[in-house]
Design a protein around this ligand. Sequence first.
Ligand code: ZN
Length: 105
Amino acid sequence: MVPQRIKVTRMAGAGLARGYDAERQRVKASRKWYASKAWRQKRAMQLASEPLCAMHLARGEVVAATVADHVEPHREDWAKFWEGSLQSLCAACHSRDKQRGEAQR
Ligand SMILES: [Zn+2]
């Protein structure tokens, strides 16, 4: 038998965790999307079909891609995240691309 006291404590903890998750989700829904199995499959398919970094390739350089990047920033939009087109990038180009996006150029 599980003592009643522990059961109540666990329920209270779950409630707190839910509230915390809801708060995080409001801030960044994509955190959950990136962690999903569906995204991992989508990402794997992107990297399988385009295994080279698109930005390096545009300069005639061959670098293995490790990131499936949204061509158009999804900005936490469900449809853009899941249906927007992707490009394969290496980690260096991906972080450079992100900085450019945040600078709103
Ligand atoms: Zn690159």
